[in-house]
Design a protein around this ligand. Structure first.
Ligand SMILES: Cc1cc2nc3c(=O)[nH]c(=O)nc-3n(C[C@H](O)[C@H](O)[C@H](O)COP(=O)(O)OP(=O)(O)OC[C@H]3O[C@@H](n4cnc5c(N)ncnc54)[C@H](O)[C@@H]3O)c2cc1C
Length: 453
């Protein structure tokens, strides 16, 4: 086993930053290349007229103690603790989010309620005798998990609206990774908890009911900025405005990376990519075989637009953020409720999130009128209270688990396996859905494997 001494990291989101930390701790020389003017990726903040806006309110979870300790030290006094309080609007009422069984079933007619409950219990029963794999598309997986009535009542419309794709065209993997697990047993347990015949369950990752989150007075930007400062002080080279242009190889190893007119690395170095997987494939030179390039075109991402608003009102909602099912936006966050400093202090900011397509009307900002109408209908603020607005975009907000994506991912993974000194990881590079701490853990694991390969 050899320990490589030099690592080139492509992409400076939290995954790339934590990978740089891990490599530096292992005494490797690290160079990080980031295309944007700041590090942070999805977790970066955006300043507008003196206030900070997140790309969707971003808070750190403390589930991974090792990662949390590093982030805590890097952020120092900038870190603030925030009790989780998130809601979902459902049937004209606000419920705790993630949804609990009784919440989904609340507010519906008794006949539909009985149908949904019977469907849920039958689905649960069937899944136990005998145990079987979920169907290959999200529609059959959801029906098998929750029963047809609940699927038709809740999941079908919600999923299609959110993703712009019918569940029958999404992979079952999407259900495993993205949807809250609901079972007949959960419904009963939750009811017993409510009438105090059972103790509330412990917090486990994925069932976030009583969690403390970590944030800052300037929003999410603090964490990547503090990590970046710490790395730079330690001698890590971080090059901004450096989009990856070419990744050269000899079919066995990566030989160098070109970014912003400069070449980095050689065949003895290690390379870690956290940039979107299709971009990695397209940058490889010589180009990979056509089936690999074709597979890369099949891995697509759902873009997102945030309407970032400054509102002349002290407070708009009780929660840190609220999910909506029937509005143009799917989530609205009010980071002031998590401690964000807003200027002037009798104002607040709203982070209005919606999935979209690149260059559609939402992306271009033409949805503002509908946003204001829907915010007013939800009682959050009136149009004349919105002092300013601007847009924040992400082209790569969510990897789309379209039906059959696993095969394309496998084709790419099999091809990349030939490059002993390259790993691809993180949300974009792994084509998956981690939270920040999980993306950081992916970066750390990839570095450990890479440096020792
Ligand atoms: C709306 C929303 C809300 C979220 N909220 C939370 C939350 O509250 N808590 C939580 O823990 N997680 C949250 N997440 C998840 C979290 O943001 C991500 O999983 C995590 O930030 C991913 O980090 P990453 O480094 O893997 O990817 P990214 O953040 O996407 O980083 C990739 C980096 O690569 C750079 N790059 C791309 N192409 C190139 C190129 N060609 N050359 C050079 N650089 C390039 C990008 O600019 C970017 O900096 C949220 C995600 C979304 C979309």
């Amino acid at each position: 086993m050899s320990l490589k001494q030099e690592l080139i990291i492509m992409g400076g989101g939290v995954c790339g930053l934590y990978a740089a930390h891990t490599a530096h701790e292992a005494s490797a020389k690290v160079t990080l290349l980031e295309k944007a003017e700041r590090t942070g990726g999805l977790a970066d903040g955006h300043q507008h007229q003196g206030n900070w806006y997140d790309l969707g309110v971003h808070m750190l979870h403390a589930f991974d103690q090792e990662i949390f300790t590093v982030c805590k030290e890097a952020m120092g006094p900038e870190r603030i603790e925030v009790p989780l309080k998130s809601h979902i609007k459902w049937g004209n009422k606000l419920y705790h989010y993630p949804l609990r069984g009784r919440d989904i079933l609340a507010g519906i007619s008794p006949v539909t309620l009985v149908r949904c409950l019977v469907g849920l219990f039958l689905a649960e029963l069937e899944s136990r005798f005998p145990r079987r794999e979920l169907g290959s598309d999200a529609e059959s997986a959801l029906t098998e998990l929750y029963g047809a009535p609940l699927y038709e009542y809740f999941f079908e419309g919600f999923t299609e609206r959110y993703w712009g794709i019918h569940p029958r065209d999404l992979s079952a993997e999407f259900v495993r990774r993205k949807m809250p697990r609901l079972s007949g047993v959960d419904v009963i347990k939750n009811l017993l908890e409510k009438i105090r015949l059972a103790k509330p369950r412990d917090v486990t990752e994925g069932a976030l009911r009583f969690e403390t989150l970590h944030y800052s007075r300037t929003g999410s930007e603090s964490l990547p900025r503090c990590l970046t400062n710490q790395l730079q002080k330690a001698g890590v080279e971080i090059n901004l405005h450096s989009p990856i242009q070419k990744i050269s190889h000899n079919d066995k190893v990566i030989t160098s990376v070109a970014a912003a007119g400069r070449n980095y690395g050689n065949a003895q170095n290690a390379f870690l990519s956290t940039i979107p997987l299709p971009q990695l494939i397209n940058a490889l030179s010589p180009a990979p075989p056509s089936e690999v390039r074709q597979a890369a075109t099949q891995l697509t991402f759902k873009p997102m637009t945030v309407y970032a608003l400054l509102v002349k009102k002290r407070k708009c909602m009780e929660a840190l953020y609220t999910y909506y099912r029937d509005r143009i936006f799917h989530r609205v966050g009010e980071p002031k409720n998590a401690g964000l400093l807003v200027k002037p202090d009798d104002h607040t900011t709203l982070i209005v999130e919606m999935t979209c397509e690149k260059d559609d009307s939402k992306w271009k900002g033409d949805a503002l009128k509908q946003v204001l109408t829907d915010l007013a209908a939800e009682g959050l603020c009136e149009p004349d209270q919105v002092v300013s607005h601007h847009l924040i975009h992400s082209e790569h907000a969510y990897p789309i688990f379209a039906k059959g994506f696993e095969e394309h991912l496998q084709t790419i993974t099999d091809y990349l396996a030939r490059f002993n000194n390259l790993r691809t990881t993180g949300r974009q590079g792994g084509f998956t859905y981690p939270n920040m701490h999980k993306a950081m853990r992916m970066g750390a694991d990839a570095v450990t494997e890479l440096l020792e390969s």
